[in-house]
Design a protein around this ligand. Structure first.
Ligand code: 13P
Length: 261
């Protein structure tokens, strides 16, 4: 199947995902989701995903049932075995609450909550085992880019996070490239910078899992994506969508991003 964008034909269906982080109470989440629903109802050109906080997942999923909006959790436990794991939520439980996706290894979790490539790998395997799609985040910090190490950092994160996964597993993996220096800063990577890293990511996937797999994996860009920069980002051949933070909080601006064409 090929997906028609105005300028290019795509082999990969774009994904526009909104990461609501820790911004909305339950009622605010429901309100935003219900506002969004009619605004993106005709968006057949891409998968639309929103990621509310854990406490709102089930209610938002129920209220969006039958719509074209899918639900992501923002994190998950490293395994699905029920047991004494205080504070953890297993991917099977996230599925039970209506999620189809899990965001894994977001830079905020890596920076502030001790997420490592190894825990990303465990969480990814647990997510796939539960039948969900994993959105695995990678991205370098500013000092790493300035030192010329951006590609090495991203490659290490990819190798660690996807370790042991087969080409088959990668059918339910989405990669989100989020340069840390672009998150919440208003500083977007230029379309050329994004394309360069997305092309590099696809090369890494080609090396590790072969050309066919690499060509099918969707690679999203994240970091200050807004209604006014989404089209140029999407015009890059290896940019298959966006993981949006701040601009996903308001239904109208997120809908503009979803309807970027
Ligand atoms: P912003 O769009 O607010 O920069 O956040 C990006 C992000 O972290 C999405 O996961």
């Amino acid at each position: 199947m090929r997906y028609r964008d105005d300028i290019i034909f795509r082999m990969r269906k774009p994904v526009i995902a909104g990461n609501w982080k820790m911004f909305k109470l339950l009622q605010e989440s429901v309100d935003a989701a219900l506002q969004l629903k009619p605004l993106v109802a005709n968006a057949n050109h891409c998968d639309v995903v929103i990621a509310p906080v854990f406490t709102a997942l089930k209610t938002v999923a129920d209220r969006l049932e039958g719509s074209n909006i899918q639900i992501a959790a923002q994190d998950c436990a490293i395994q699905n075995d029920f047991g004494a794991h205080t504070g953890e939520v297993a991917p099977v439980m996230l599925k039970d609450a209506g999620s189809s996706h899990v965001i894994i290894g977001h830079s905020e979790r890596r920076q502030f909550y001790g997420e490592t490539d190894e825990s990303v790998n465990w969480k990814t395997m647990a997510t796939l085992a539960a039948g969900l799609t994993a959105i695995v985040c990678v991205g370098e910090k500013l000092e790493e880019r300035d030192a010329g190490n951006a590609e090495t950092v991203v490659k290490t994160q990819l190798e660690g996070g996807l370790s042991g996964l087969t080409a088959n597993d990668l059918e339910r993996i989405i990669i989100a490239y989020e340069p840390v220096w672009a998150i919440g800063t208003g500083k977007t990577a230029t379309p050329e910078q994004a394309q360069e890293m997305h092309g590099f990511i696809r090369n890494c996937l080609n090396e590790s899992h072969g050309n066919e797999t690499a060509e099918n994996v969707r690679v999203l860009y994240g970091g200050s994506v807004k209604p006014d920069n989404i089209s140029t980002l999407m015009s890059q051949p290896d940019v298959d969508g966006a993981l949006v933070g701040g601009a996903s909080l308001e239904a109208e601006s997120f809908a503009k991003i979803v309807n970027y064409k």
